[in-house]
Design a protein. Sequence first.
Length: 560
Amino acid sequence: MAFLQALNGSDPGHLHPLESARAVLGRHPDCDIVLDEGAVSRQHAQITIVNEEFFVEDLGSRNGTFVNGQPVRGRRRLLDDDRVKICDLLFAFRLEEPSAATPIDGLFPKPGIAVIDDGGGPGVSTIMSTLDVKSSVSGLRVTTVNADAKLKALLEITRNLGSAIALDQVLPKILDSLFKIFLQADRGFVVLQEGAGGPLVPKAIKLRRGDTEDTIRISRTIVRKAMEGKEAILSADAASDARFDSSQSIADFRIRSMMCAPLIDSESRALGVIQIDTLDQRTPFVQEDLDMLASVASQAAFAVENAQLHEAALRQRALERDLELAHRVQQGFLPRHPPKLQDYDFFDFYEPANQVGGDYFDYIELPGQRLAVVVADVSGKGMPAALLMAKLSAEVRYALVSQPGPGAALVRLNADFAASGWEDRFVTIAIAVIDLARHELQVANAGHLPPLLRHADDHIEPLGVDQISVPLGVTDEIDCEQISLPFVPGSGLVMFTDGISEAMNMENNLYGLSRLRSQVAAPADNVSQLGEQILRDVKLFVGRRAQSDDMCLICVGRRR
């Protein structure tokens, strides 16, 4: 039997047995494990047993559920001695009952920091001042109180912020300098919002003295007031300020005086806040302090914005390196050069819309002097399509070698595809198998554009229009027929993806199959010339419009 062991709260060490397949944790009396704390939601989280494994899942709570300091998204598997945190309550997950002699001392984590939702009624207003920072972000103000010391600290802040390019460098330096300015400050923290409308995330904290709390709690109400109003706030007693709900989370702070200033970027957006508070009633913050904090926040906002831009640029460069590597890896799945055969000529072209793509082609040698030519198009673009294309390339080879013909190979491929669980993806694919000794052609198609056969008299015939099956992955089973016909001297086969036929120009017109067929029928001495003239015509039609889809073109011709 597994257990949740309380590591703090009213009864540290208490064991909650996890006996049933589902145990709900929350504040409501009907919960399996009742957590008597105001910040806990009525039904906060649940622990389920699936195939003898334990999973924790947040039930849409206000303040979230955490495992080993990480927020739970969806369902997360629990391992022995994992730490489950719900608001201020911390539990250890035990696969077995700990012995009575097992101490729980030392099991508490280092103090963390969390933004807590508030609830409750209004209190008595003790707001002393607010300061509109929307129009006060261009310079520094120096007050007459301790002007020399404050000016020195401000210059230090400016110097430190000017040399810092990463958030983990910027934010601690901001708090260090603020503690030099505000000697009465007991705590300071920086909270940033992750993206537009994203969650509020504590990024830095500084304590004047050691704090015995497991979690330093920040009121979301205070932070939101400052960010939404774009005002720096000074309160003589945050716990009873009328603008903030007198909730347990604020009251537990024991804050006697507090300042909170928003970080406003160059486009007047609130990035987050800096908050400074003190427990000392004898030295509350005053208006000059609020002016000073607003000035620091204006400088800090630009530094934070620059740091975020720097980190975004680093992530972009890392992504570009990964995509370049993925491009080289993907190219490794494609043929390096066309086959060189006595009676046949080949031409191929592949160009993804991005660095990686979902189009795929291959030449596969088969037993009995046969050669398979494969063209496929994975739904979607970018990395997901490229990963599926890589998987497809291996499975196509096995299916063609193990099955008697291209139709049976597609049936096998579809079965493997359906078993892989790619529920939101499908693949169109056409396979042509050339018997090099008999000069015969077998063609099978699963949802792909029909290959075009150019007869020796330049007549163009779409192959297997009546034998096209549904794409791979649409249904669990498909019935894929194939056609057979002679591959006579002077004839040619053109296989392509919709990036060719559906190329679009600046007027949003499609290149179209009719224009493609006319190019396939145009005079050409060999398939290389045929392929090049098709590509030239597509580029001429598209003009200056950027490529929007992967493009693949294969031409195979039998010499006269």
